[in-house]
Design a protein around this ligand. Structure first.
Ligand SMILES: [Zn+2]
Length: 66
């Protein structure tokens, strides 16, 4: 599973959370418990981002993401 960075719209806190693609409704702010979040980015996203095999990194057999 990828790690996403979220920003809480209630307390303006930022945090990272390991979650599924369909994270909405499941992820909550660790500070205030709000589910009103904005996903900022994936840790595995790469600059340029073109041509990768698995969509999350440049390797076709990275074994760390799906
Ligand atoms: Zn919060």
């Amino acid at each position: 599973m990828p790690i996403y960075e979220f920003k809480c719209n209630e307390c303006s806190g930022n945090f990272e959370q390991l979650c599924r693609v369909d994270w909405e409704g499941e992820v909550k702010c660790p500070s205030c418990g709000a589910a009103n979040l904005t996903k900022i980015l994936s840790r595995f996203s790469s600059p340029g981002g073109a041509g990768g095999g698995c969509g999350s990194c440049a390797s076709k057999n990275c074994g760390s993401c799906k």
